[in-house]
Structure formats: C-alpha cells, structure tokens
Ligand binder design. Structure first.
Ligand code: NAD
Ligand code: UDP
Length: 340
C-alpha cells in the first residue's frame, strides 16, 4: 500500500514515516518545508536504511497535488500538513484558514478526483476547549478559543460532511493530546523555529543552556500543585496510532474520531522534575502569570483507541524526557546544526 504523508518532514510526520516504512508501507512525503528541513528526511532515511520519495509542494496548490496523484497510485493519505502555533493563529488568522482549511479542501478535492478516499487527519485535543471534566471522552462538547483550534474543528466538520455526501470516504480523525519526546536514536525530534511556545522544547532548551529559565504560566490552578496539567504522549506512541488507524481504515463505514493520549495528566512541575532527573541538568524556573486561553487540566480517556484500534500508549514520562533530552543534547541547534 502506498501512503501519501502530507507534512511528513515535520515533527510528528517524520516519526510516523519511520513506523510506516517499518510496517511495510510505501510512503511519499509531501511537504512545503514552511516548518521543516530536508535534514529531517535525510535522517529518517538513515534510520530506516532506505531512500524516501520526497515531493516538495503545497497542499493549496492543485498542480502540485495533481502531479503527485497522477504519478503514483496512492491508497490513503495521512494528513499532517498545516500550521500549528496558537499565538500566531491569533495574529494571522487568514494564514491559518488558508493553510489548514483551504489546504485540506484542495487535498480532498484532488483525492476524490483520483478516487483515493481514505484519510487520517491530525486533529487536536484543543477542539474540546475548556472541558467541563476530565478525563476527556470523544463525545464531549466541542469548542474553540482561537483560529488554530477553529481550523481543526472546521476541518473535522468538513470531513464529516464529505462522508455524508459520499459514504465511500474512509475517515479517521485523530485527536492528539500533547506530543513530546523523540525517536530513540536522538537524530530526529521537535525543532521549533525561534522561541518555543510549547513546554517540552522550552524545558529542553533551558536544560541545554539555550534559555536561562522557564516561565511557568500560573501556579494557582485547581491541580495537585497549582500548575497546569496535560496528557503528554510520546511521539513514537502517537506515530504507532497512525499505523493502527491504517490497519482499520479499509473497513470503516462511519467517520471515526479517536483520542490519542495516555490517560495520565502531569503538571508543569512534574515535567520539570522528571526532565531534571532524565538529563541530570537543572531547569531553573520562575512563576509567571497564567497564559491567556490555557485550561487547568486536560487529559484523555484513551479507552476508545484501545477498543477500536487495539492501541495504547506504552512509553511513560521517563522515556519521554530521556528521548527529548537525547535529541536536544545531540542537536542543540536542531536541524540547523551539522548534517549527519
Ligand atoms: P510540524 O509543523 O512539525 O509539521 C507540519 C508540517 O507540515 C511541516 O513539515 C510543514 O512544513 C508542513 N506544511 C505546513 N503547511 C503546509 C502546506 N500548506 N503544504 C505542505 N506542507 C505544509 O507540526 P507537527 O507537530 O508535526 O504537527 C503535525 C500535525 O499535527 C499538524 O496538523 C498539527 O496541527 C497537528 N497537531 C500537532 C500537535 C503538537 O503539539 N505538535 C498537537 C495536536 C495536533
Ligand atoms: N507552559 C508553561 N511555560 C511554557 C510553556 C507552557 O508553563 O513556557 C505550560 C502551559 O501553561 C500548559 C502546559 O505547560 O499548562 C503545556 O503547554 P503547551 O503549550 O506545551 O501545550 P498546550 O497548552 O497546547 O496544552
């Protein structure tokens, strides 16, 4: 089976590409490199010991996609491509609607034209907004507090409408919780542009000495130590969820919406302590005001993923921190450092 991996050079896409190849799929990575580097794919090739078909293109560009679908017989698409920074989405909402929503529209249109109607979509726990309780189940009410979240919500709705219009579409919506960690080789990982927005890369860059301290956004939440609680999930576990989704996609008769999380919530301070232990480095921090839009607690009920996909997260907080640290320590400047 041949899988088109849009956004396959990015953080989650590069890790998923490894498991897809190891599971015997042929893959084509399609990426516009707006938030990725060719080096990530070179390193994936090294890990899997084979070359990867890589197409530089944009999902908003019909010609780029037409070229791919007319050159290869593609059985399914795993659709990672998109913009993902919440703060930036507030400043540049039109870029988010253009890249994420319009890009997905064009992708689905070209897929349909070429009779490729199987898609696994990267959704997010952000679609639950401020959940009334935890753990979060797939049937909880949905809402969005920023353009990024709204783009994910809208794409979910668009894909549901597509299925209503044509039930031969096979659609899996994977709602990721907080992906962290890196491949155990330490050669690929998360490589944010500029100052990281997310906790884990910020902690890692502080431990390696690139940042002087971590600002902890609020210590007065209703959680066990007052800092925000999230469901951190190892990126290789998340990658495995995509392989498992492909295993069932052929037989689907309805749109499947599935949480990918561990079911365990850790606070910011829990993560800082675990990272210090894994790295042997201090992570200095200061308590700062709450960040606008943050919720106190967000963690998954992952039981549906287990039931439907036979998937559950296997890697715990120690492995998440050890693998993040190996990547960060070996590559303090990310992919901009020396080529391997
Ligand atoms: P990433 O930025 O590392 O990867 C996205 C990739 O898509 C990048 O390689 C980028 O160059 C590419 N891309 C962006 N716009 C494109 C376009 N118009 N055409 C072609 N390629 C394009 O992000 P990631 O963390 O790997 O996230 C992958 C997906 O998962 C995204 O859709 C993101 O919204 C979603 N997601 C991520 C998280 C997270 O915390 N990382 C959480 C929930 C959901
Ligand atoms: N966080 C923090 N300092 C940072 C980045 C994040 O205290 O520099 C906190 C944030 O308030 C939240 C948790 O870490 O409680 C996870 O934040 P992240 O941005 O990684 O994920 P999300 O908010 O999308 O769940």
């Amino acid at each position: 089976m041949t899988i088109l991996v849009t956004g396959g050079a990015g953080y989650i896409g590069s890790h998923t590409s490894i498991l897809l190849i190891e599971a015997g799929y042929d893959i084509i990575v399609f990426d516009n490199f707006s938030n990725a580097s060719h080096e990530s794919i070179k390193r994936v090739e090294k890990i899997v010991g084979q070359s990867i078909t890589l197409i530089e293109g944009d999902i908003r560009n019909r010609t780029d996609l037409e070229n791919v679908f007319s050159s290869y017989s593609i059985d399914a698409v795993i659709h990672f491509a998109g913009l993902k920074a919440v703060g930036e989405s507030v400043e540049k909402p039109l870029s988010y609607y253009d890249n994420n929503i319009y890009g997905t529209m064009v992708l689905c249109e070209i897929m349909s034209k070429h009779n490729c109607k199987s898609i696994v979509f990267s959704s997010s726990a952000t679609v639950y907004g401020d959940p009334h309780t935890t753990p979060i189940k797939e049937d909880f009410p949905l809402s969005a507090t920023n353009p990024y979240g709204r783009s994910k919500l809208f794409i979910e709705e668009m894909l549901r409408d597509l299925h209503i219009s044509d039930s031969s579409w096979k659609i899996v919506l994977l709602r990721y919780f907080n992906p962290v960690g890196a491949h155990s080789s330490g050669t690929i990982g998360e490589d944010p542009n500029g100052i990281p927005n997310n906790l884990m890369p910020f902690i890692a860059q502080t431990a390696v000495g690139k940042r002087s301290y971590l600002s902890i956004f609020g210590d007065d939440y209703d959680t066990h130590d007052g800092t925000g609680v999230r469901d951190y999930i190892h990126v290789m576990d998340l990658a495995d969820g995509h392989v498992k989704a492909l295993n069932i996609i052929k037989n689907l008769s309805k749109v499947m919406t599935i949480n990918l999380g561990t079911g365990t919530g850790y606070s910011v301070l829990d993560m800082v302590k675990a990272f210090e232990k894994a790295s042997g480095k201090k992570v200095p921090y200061q308590i700062a005001p709450r960040r606008a839009g943050d919720v106190a607690k967000c963690f998954a009920d992952p039981s549906y993923a287990k039931k439907i996909l036979g998937w559950e997260a296997k890697k715990g907080i120690v492995q998440m921190c050890e693998d993040s640290w190996r990547w960060q320590a070996n590559n303090p400047d990310g992919y901009k450092g020396k080529s391997i």
